[in-house]
Design a protein around this ligand. Structure first.
Ligand SMILES: [Zn+2]
Length: 854
């Protein structure tokens, strides 16, 4: 288990210390394993004579000097912390150490490009890894200035939070780069990126802009589009926040083997390099990248300029950035369907996570860093953002933005809690948010809303109520009924058969039953849509006529957001075993070609596959998969040449297992069947090949040949996945050993291996690994880093072995082993998925019987 810090320790230290500055000197020319790190910290203590500690993860500490007195590293350094005794009022600490490069994406990560052997470094410090690079008081509310000096090979670019102040030649081939001193900031957003990166520069509104990626990816970088989004972002945020970007220049860097999507280091934002597109991607993927760019920009104000005092408020940081990025997207970029994507992606994630046994209130009780690390989940990111959207509906958007403007001015360069933000929003809106915050932020679970109405003989509503139900799963969820600001839409077919909104009513729904007097006397429509415009966070149900309308005409709902809400409702009902899996798949097959939002199309096809694999009668699976692939193939061949749709249908078709269909995939891969406009680029070739390998059609020789064509870091990852997907006992044994029995794989090759391990129709081969999983997973948490152990636990869990026996294995393991909390949590979540799938399967089997006898 990694280093830890408790909230109590952090509070105590924040009371004692006021940190002024870090002066950090790094030497990156000391070999491939470690680097020299020299830190000078100046800080004051409120109680002279007291002692404290500073964090450092280092192989060797050479020197610790406090106020001129040398401390013996052997006595004061325990591998994670340096004890600092007898503080003066004003202190100067110098620490010299050798720190280790990381291969897990935590700390200062080192990557060697297989194309040209070039070395690339970057840091990732959130939440608690800055002290892997330099000695620091590693908590968000001890802000200080940061002055970095780096000794490095002369052909490298080095980038940090601030602009370069000076560069000097130190020796032949060695340079020293010194950066300007930063404004005060938290340790977790300090950063260093170094290596022979490709660089593109631009500027906007007085801000210097930079883009970076590995040299071998330079040809794929598309600066015009990334800069366009960035410029739109600055204009938008300057306008709505009325506060200038505070960190000088703004660099965006695409870095290898990154664990997250991106990281908001002040002025030095790092991104997953998958966002440099090597092959054709859909507009949905570009939309996602734009959202990520705007999300990180929002953090420059919310997170970096004003920072949470402790990680309890991590959710607010993330929710805010997510909410603002979508708002920026729909108002300032070409991605005007951002709220549809939000409904389709974030909301779905939040609903799923909030129905797991591991759910927790949005405001988490983060007692230490272990608890914080576990909370980077769908509650923190997605439910938080959904509830923030509801808060904006509750207080009003203009009031919300006005509250923010005063918040940034008041708390610039300091730290806050949720209460500080609520105070500003209350001042701006005049609404008391205490009850609202308690009902939404301190409880768990998602309410279900149903329409209940009566009509007269001519079809006019005589009553109309919204029924609110408490959360039903997990059983431990809060039974709270919440206040919802929501809209109800009435939709009718127009003369062309499209479903268009006739009426919209917005109201507060509170308690179990809320009357909607405005709808009395209105004609019953073809579709009643609760939570229209997706203002609140709740599952919605449909009345019988509305459901019947959707079964025939879901693709005919004119606007993308209500259509996405209808698709979500059907998906929720399937997951809750209220709609049979076969009916959901039929709904997708019938309606998907009328869907024009490419992100929704991708989601629907993925959900259809999940449904037939996990929620459907296993006896029906082969036939259902054949039907899905047949539909996808037909649509692929009919789609406009070169279109996003064609690509999405091709990747769906590639999942086929039916021998005739597999033969047709092989013909496409081999170039014997040319589908006009379908580019067989690197990514699609790997996707098709991996499927052909999993089916046993192709093997090692073809993987090696493909890797020779694409001898890149990305190619290596794809080849690793393909190798693990081979349908042989040897391939599974090797993949398992590579993951479980050594620590030699980098974070990305580790996940690439696991991505190929479980294949639905390979259960005869993989079944023995259910036992091995439970036998070996405990050791993983003793021997590996937090991120590594977490991804192994989640990705190798036998999600596909949907049997009561697997559920019982989890129960027995937890009862016998009393696992550490992050392991327990991941196991319980896996168990929840199995239980849900078993219930949905039972529902589908029942529906199959009913269909056979009727
Ligand atoms: Zn974020």
């Amino acid at each position: 288990m990694p280093n830890n810090l408790t909230r109590d320790e952090a509070r105590e230290r924040a009371r004692l210390l006021n940190v002024a500055s870090y002066d950090v000197e790094l030497d990156l020319t000391t070999g491939p394993d470690t680097f020299r790190s020299t830190t000078t910290v100046t800080f004051t203590a409120t109680r002279p004579g007291a002692s404290t500690f500073i964090e450092l993860a280092a192989d060797t500490v050479h020197q610790v000097s406090l106020n001129g007195a040398a401390l013996d590293p052997a006595r004061v350094f325990d591998g994670e912390r340096i004890t600092l005794p007898d503080l003066a009022e004003s202190n100067r600490l110098v620490v010299v150490a050798d720190c280790r490069y990381s291969r897990t994406g935590e700390g200062l990560h080192r990557f060697v490009d297989p194309v040209d052997e070039a070395v690339y470094l970057y840091t990732q410090f959130e939440t608690y890894d800055a002290h892997r690079m330099y000695a620091c008081f590693d908590q968000p509310d001890l802000k200080a200035t940061f002055t970095l000096t780096v000794t490095h090979p002369a052909d490298w670019k080095v980038i940090s939070n601030s602009a370069v102040a000076a560069v000097a030649e130190a020796a032949i081939g060695v340079r020293v780069t010194r950066f300007l001193t930063t404004p005060v900031m938290s340790t977790y957003i300090t950063a260093l990126v170094a290596g022979p990166y490709h660089e593109v520069r631009d500027h906007h509104d007085g801000i210097d802009l930079g883009l970076y990626c590995r040299s071998s990816l330079a040809e794929f970088l598309d600066p015009p589009e990334i800069f366009e989004i960035t410029r739109a972002g600055f204009d938008f945020y300057h306008r709505v926040f009325d506060y200038r970007y505070p960190f000088g220049k703004y660099d965006q860097l695409f870095v290898p083997e990154f664990n997250a999507g991106a990281m908001e280091n002040a002025g030095c934002v790092t991104f997953l390099e998958d966002y440099v597109f090597r092959a054709k991607v859909t507009e949905a993927r570009r939309e996602r990248r734009a959202e990520t760019i705007l999300h990180e920009m929002a953090h420059m104000w919310f997170g970096d300029l004003v920072t949470m005092r402790w990680w309890d408020d991590l959710w607010l940081n993330e929710s805010f950035a997510t909410y603002m990025s979508v708002l920026a997207q729909v108002t300032s970029t070409r991605f005007t369907n951002g709220w549809t994507t939000f409904a389709n992606a974030e909301k779905a994630w939040a609903y799923r996570q909030d129905q797991l046994s591991s759910t927790h209130p949005i405001v988490a009780d983060a007692v230490d860093m272990d608890a914080v690390r576990t909370n980077f989940d769908g509650i923190t990111y997605a439910k938080g953002a959904s509830v923030l959207k509801q808060l904006v509906a509750w207080v009003g958007q203009e009031e919300f933005l006005s509250g923010l403007r005063s918040y940034f001015r008041r708390y610039e360069y300091s730290n806050t809690t949720l209460r500080d933000l609520l105070d500003e929003l209350e001042n701006a809106s005049g609404r008391d948010l205490t009850v609202w915050a308690a009902d939404w932020l301190e409880t768990t679970g998602v309410n279900t809303l149903r329409p209940r109405f009566e009509t007269d003989s001519s079809g006019l509503f005589t009553t109309f109520n919204v029924v609110q139900e408490p959360a039903s799963s997990p059983p431990t969820a809060s039974k709270t009924l919440r206040p919802h600001r929501l809209a109800i839409g009435l939709y009718d077919r127009d003369t062309e058969g499209y479903l268009v909104r006739r009426e919209r009513v917005e109201l507060d729904v509170v308690g179990e039953l809320t009357e909607v007097p405005k709808l009395i006397g209105a004609r019953r429509p073809d579709l009643v849509l609760l939570n229209d415009d997706d203002l609140t966070f709740a599952k919605i149900r449909l009345d019988d006529r509305s459901l019947a309308t959707l079964i025939t005409d879901i693709g005919r709902v004119r606007d993308s957001l209500p259509r996405a809400l209808c698709w979500s409702a059907a998906w929720d009902m399937t997951r809750d075993a209220e709609l049979a899996a076969r009916d959901y798949v039929s709904l997708v097959l019938a309606g998907v070609d009328a869907e024009d939002d490419i992100g929704v199309v991708q989601t629907l096809l993925a959900r259809a596959a999940t449904t037939l694999n996990s929620y459907g009668d296993p006896a029906n699976r082969k036939a259902a998969l054949r039907a899905l692939c047949e539909r996808a193939e037909t649509l692929m061949r009919a789609a406009p040449a070169g279109s996003d749709l064609q690509l999405v249908y091709a990747t769906t078709f590639a999942q086929a297992e039916d021998p005739d269909q597999v033969a047709r995939i092989k013909a496409i891969f081999d170039g014997e069947d040319v589908v006009e406009g379908l580019a067989l680029d690197t990514e699609l070739r790997w996707t098709l090949l991996t499927q052909l390998v999993a089916r046993g059609v192709y093997g090692d020789a073809e993987i090696d040949a493909e890797l020779a064509r694409d001898a890149t870091a990305a190619g290596e990852k794809r080849a690793t996945t393909a190798r693990a997907a081979r349908p042989t006992p040897q391939a599974k044994a090797k993949a398992w050993a590579d993951v479980m029995e050594s620590d030699k794989l980098s974070n990305h090759l580790l996940t690439a291996t696991m991505a190929g391990f479980w294949v639905v129709d390979q259960q005869e081969l993989t079944r023995p690994y259910v036992d091995r999983y439970f036998a070996e997973i405990g050791d993983i948490w003793r021997n590996r880093s937090f991120d590594t152990a977490g991804s192994i636990t989640q990705m190798l869990f036998p999600h596909d072995v949907i049997e009561q026996e697997t559920v019982e294995r989890v129960d027995a393991y937890i009862a016998e082993k009393d696992p550490v909390s992050p392991l327990r949590r991941a196991l319980v979540e896996g168990r929840d998925g199995l239980v849900r799938a078993l219930a949905a399967r039972a529902r589908d089997i029942e529906a199959g019987k009913a269909a056979a006898t009727s």
